[in-house]
Ligand binder design. Sequence first.
Ligand code: PEP
Ligand code: MN
Length: 349
Amino acid sequence: MVVVMSPDATDEDVAHVVEKVEAVGGEAFVSKGVVRTIIGLVGDIESFHHLNLRTLPGVADVHRISDPYKLVSRQHHAERSTVWVGPQGAQVPIGPDTFTFMAGPCAVETPEQTLAAAHMARSAGATILRGGAFKPRTSPYAFQGLGLAGLRILADVRAATGLPIVTEVVDARDVPVVAEHADMLQVGTRNMANFGLLQAVGDAGKPVLLKRGMTATIEEWLMAAEYIAQRGNLDVVLCERGIRTFEPSTRNTLDISAVPVVQATSHLPIIVDPSHAAGRKDLVVPLSRAAIAVGADGIIVDVHPTPETALCDGPQALLGNDLRELATAVRRLPPVVGRVDAGERIRTA
Ligand code: PEP
Ligand code: MN
C-alpha cells in the first residue's frame, strides 16, 4: 500500500502516518520527493484499512498495489491453472493449453430432450454437457426447472453418453444433492454475489463454474472466486456471459476484453458463454469465433433438439446448420491459436 502526502503536508503529518502504521505492527518507508512525500507500507493490509489513513491530516491519496484477492491472483500463483472435470479416469481439462467445448440445453425438460441435446452436443465435438435442473428465473412464473428429477435425468444421460455434467445450483441448501449428481457446479450470474452459496460450493469438493454477475466488475467477480478458493477449493473456472449495458440489440453485451484482462490478473481458467451473452442464435457462431481468437479456454453453448418448444431460452439455442457451423469453427480455430481440443487430453489415469 502507498500513501501519497499532499504537497503542503508537514513533517509532523508524515510522522503521524508512520506512527499509526507502526502502532498496528506495520513498517513505513518514507520517500521525500521534490514536491511530495510518498510512504510505502509493508504489513497486514486489513489492519491498515482500519486506520482510515485517507482521513489523516496531509494525506492526499492511498493506493493499494497488491490485488485484493490472493488465492486466485497470479501474484501468488504465476502459472495459469488447469481444472479437471469428470470422474477419475475420464477427466476433461479446462486450462491454458486446451480448448474445451461445452454444450447442452438451457434447461433439462424431459429425458428424451436431454438425451437428444447431449447427442447433438457430442456430435458437434463437445466434451462436457451443460443443462439446468434448478433454473434461476427472473420471473417467479417462469419454468423453474425439474429440480431433483432433472438431476436424475442428467445422471442417466451422463451414463448413456459418457459426458461429464455441469449444472447450476441456486440455493446453498441444494449444494450436497447437486454435488452428488454433477461433475461441476455452476453458480449463475444472479448468484455471483451470494456469498453463502459461494462458500457452500467451496466446501463441496467439486469444480465450480462461476459466471460473471451481469453488473459485476472484474474485480468483484474475482473476489467472488476468492470466496470459493478460501474454502480450499481452487478448482474454479470463470465464465464471461455478458454484462448489462445501454445496448438493447443483444440480451447482454459480451465483454470480450474480460478474457485477457482476467488472464493477466488471475491464474484461473476462463470460458465464454456466447448464448447467454447474445440471447440470439445468429450471434452465437461469430461470438464463439471471437472467444477462441481472444484466447478463451473454452465456450459453453445452448443447444436444443426443438428450440421452438424449449421451456427456457429457445431463441438462443442452436441446432442443424448453425450447430454444424459452430462445430467447424471449434475444430479449426483453436489450433490456429495454439490450443488442442480438450477431448484429446482427457486424463485417463
Ligand atoms: C444458464 O447458463 O443457464 C444461465 C442461467 O446463465 P446466466 O446465469 O449466465 O444467466
Ligand atoms: Mn438459459
